[in-house]
Design a protein around this ligand. Sequence first.
Ligand code: NAP
Length: 299
Amino acid sequence: MLTDLQIAIFGGDARQLEVIRKLTEQGANLVLVGFDQLDHGFTGASKMDMGEVDFAKLDFIVLPVNGTGPNGEIDTIFSNKSIVITSSHLKQTPEHCHVYSGITNKYLNGIIAESGRGHTQLFERDDVAIYNSIPTVEGTLMMVIQNTDTTIHKSNTVVLGFGRVGMSVARAFAALGARVKVGARKPEHLARISEMGFIPFYLDDLKKEVIDTDVCINTIPFQIVTSDIISKMPTHTLIIDLASKPGGTDFKYAEKRGIKALLAPGLPGIVAPKTAGQILGNVLSQLIKEEMVNRKGKP
Ligand code: NAP
């Protein structure tokens, strides 16, 4: 149980509702910032504005999956008020206060380092990233279906990257009958791609591998689908970029060439917020319990 713990949830999307549900069920006292337009109330949770939060009492802070914006802005779909978190907020928390987010960025790393507080990126954990790849794949299928007039079956689909998301995407598209090629840079990845029945290629050969592509799905958070690559694609190619913002595609060049390229962030929160939120809520409550056990073990 998380009884007597003070946990602040700052903003987020519908996934946070499952996180709130899970943490309140476990007896935590929650401070909700950025939820003023949420009709639903939760026992054990109080809605507040940023200025009303007593940071000195917080044991844990839960940020949205994307962490913050480049200047500390916190996204929320439940409020029109702007919320910004700074290092001075974090410095007011007790030294043991621990911060959770899905991913991080330069700004968030900076305020964490300045304040000296602990920080966990949930999506760095393989279990979270793999579970989360399930709704991500479903969202990708939805986007491809909505943006093509041909079937996935028999399409030439190129998947870039063979990590937690890339592997799940490749498997789902192949299961629907697509001819799936996967680009990676490590020989062991090429071996596994081949073992799983997909067509492997080295990313260095990307330019020649895209000449007959119908759908290109990027999972590499690095400029990989450059103008050079896009110039070799057929004009009907659909590019879905799943990599975290700003993605790995030259979107301006794609538009210039008349190729549809879509950055598709946060798909789990869009297509399956309940499942995606349950994944986060379960792991968060487990991590907070482990953190409490560690703290008790400290002299
Ligand atoms: P991951 O397991 O770390 O996989 C990333 C892949 O990109 C690996 O195959 C990695 O290859 C490759 N890669 C990274 N940097 C590279 C570079 N400079 N050149 C070539 N290859 C490179 O990550 P993941 O969990 O699959 O997530 C992939 C991306 O999707 C992340 O940006 C994540 O934030 C995002 N994501 C988006 C959604 C959404 O809804 N759009 C949902 C979940 C995740 P190596 O192993 O060789 O490094």
